[in-house]
Design a protein around this ligand. Structure first.
Ligand SMILES: [Zn+2]
Length: 420
């Protein structure tokens, strides 16, 4: 541990401009996924703040944490989300439509447990994954998805080409937001790809973050918050041609941006979305300052709601110990005095405590057996899926606080019944 855990940027990670004014400061927070086995384990506190580049308009974090600390023992498993599993079927079909060959060799960067590659493999295609998290890659390997345990970059790209040849399709979902070595990743993707190949980068869309106040998606793993404009700028810096876009439901709203090495006709849909962005002021600093202020007002309202429920002596639990819940909890100060525990379906998290707020994470069966009166739906981006589980499996008809998107709301049991 001779290296410092984090460093502060002095210029834009994309274009190098030193004009990077602050948008919002969420305070010092522990890295979101550093769940603790014991409350005695020490946790680092790292500033969590957003700035925007005045030149290329990319919204980004002001600090970078050492990637080895964040990603080597990852606890997020793609396949644990029903939304991601369903979307993987559509993503596969839409991506194959945009490939120039009927039997493409498909490479995924940061392939996690192989949920997405599995769709391609089921169609009889040759696939390969790359992921730095050994524990998660092993799950993929067991499932028949060959996975290299590496941090992807130009060097790994060259190794892949030497060993497996060029690929027809390369995709990276939720990667370009996470890596400091962003130019190495894009360059590496371009290196792996045949001249007539199809590339895809998917990211949580900053226009959705802006419109719906997804400030809980701001955490140390997310270095970048791309608009279509800033993602196109990044690809074009590497001589690549963005040509189409697919709307993704993952993370509460994303964009999968298709690109090629040889210029292709550009889909009207992409141009339309770019125009909407411009009209909505997503590239403007003023707009993001307003976003920062709206986040503070939202947080204050949420805390009032939670304290109202907690003040009535009701037993409240959280649902979904995701990384985004960590920002929400730390920024709002909602902690173990408000929430008895947090239910989460991912067994890798059970028995651990949330970072900075010390709330025990348990299996949904254990949490619901406590007969809570109220639930704070931290994984609000999986709302429909979780409300179904609460109703069908646990017959829970108590209060549910839904913090986002937009204003925080309380859904009462009768409304839940009617809605479902
Ligand atoms: Zn920039």
């Amino acid at each position: 541990m001779n290296q410092p855990l984090f460093k502060t940027i002095s210029k834009c990670r994309i274009c190098g401009s030193a004009d990077i004014p602050l948008i919002i400061d969420l305070g010092d927070q522990p890295p979101a996924n550093s769940l603790r086995d014991s409350l005695r384990d020490e946790l680092p506190a790292v500033p969590l703040a957003l700035c925007q580049c005045g030149n290329c308009s990319t919204v980004q974090l002001t600090q970078t944490i050492e990637p080895a600390y964040l990603f080597s023992n990852y606890v997020w498993v793609t396949g644990s989300s029903g939304v991601a599993r369903e979307y993987s079927v559509r993503f596969c079909a839409e991506t194959l439509k945009r490939c120039c060959t009927s039997q493409p060799f498909v490479l995924e960067i940061a392939s996690n447990d192989g949920t997405f590659l599995k769709q391609f493999k089921n169609g009889g295609l040759k696939v390969l994954g790359v992921d730095p998290a050994k524990n998660i890659s092993e799950i993929a390997d067991k499932d028949g998805i060959p996975t290299l345990v590496e941090f992807f970059g130009v060097g790994v790209a060259e190794k892949i080409v030497a060993e497996y040849g060029l690929v027809d399709c390369v995709f990276a979902r939720n990667v370009i937001a996470h890596v400091e070595n962003i130019h190495g990743v894009i360059e590496g993707m371009a290196k792996c790809l045949k001249n007539n190949g199809t590339g895809v980068v998917e990211f949580h869309y900053s226009k959705v973050i802006y419109d719906q106040l997804h400030y809980d998606s701001i955490y140390h793993e997310h270095l970048f918050y791309y608009s279509l404009q800033s993602a196109c700028y990044l690809l074009e810096m590497h001589g690549l041609y963005p040509f189409d876009v697919l709307v993704s439901p993952v993370n509460g709203g994303g964009m999968a941006l298709y690109f090629s090495k040889e210029e292709r006709p550009r889909a009207h849909f992409l141009d339309n979305e770019l125009r909407k962005e411009k009209e909505g002021g997503i590239g403007d600093f003023e707009a993001w300052v307003n976003f920062g202020e709206a986040c503070v007002r939202h947080r204050d309202k949420l805390v009032r709601l939670v304290e109202e429920v907690a003040g009535q002596g009701e037993l409240m639990i959280g649902y979904g110990a995701s990384a985004r819940s960590s920002t929400l909890l730390n920024f709002s100060g909602i902690n173990k005095t408000h929430l008895n525990c947090i239910a989460d379906g991912n067994p890798l998290k059970h028995g651990k405590y949330t970072a900075g707020t010390d709330i025990p994470i348990v299996a949904p069966d254990v949490a619901l057996a406590k007969k809570p009166d109220a639930i704070l739906l931290l994984a609000w981006n999986l709302k429909d899926e979780i409300l179904n589980i609460l109703k069908d499996k646990y017959k829970f008809y108590g209060k549910i606080i839904v913090p986002l998107p937009g204003s925080p709301k309380v859904i009462n049991n009768s409304r839940v019944r009617r809605r479902l």
